[in-house]
Design a protein around this ligand. Sequence first.
Ligand SMILES: [Zn+2]
Length: 95
Amino acid sequence: MKAKFDRTFEYGRKMAKSCVLFAVVLCVLGLFMPQGTYLQVILIAATLAMLAATVVVMYKFCRCPYCGKRIMLGVLRVKSCPRCRRSLTTGKKMK
Ligand SMILES: [Zn+2]
């Protein structure tokens, strides 16, 4: 059996993506609510909570499985680790 490739990064990226999408949906809903209603306040609070959750997810999961470098900026489109240059989805060394 082959050594299991560490999928933590991919998992974290998927989670972060869902969190961002959810935050955007909540934000849009909040903007469509009548100004100053409780519902709007709740939706905006939920948006901020989702954004905070996104940061936590990124901080916890989005790091290179090889050298441990945290990858926060551009995490949704980055393909290889900026430090060790290995692919974050296949583990192959990139040139
Ligand atoms: Zn790395």
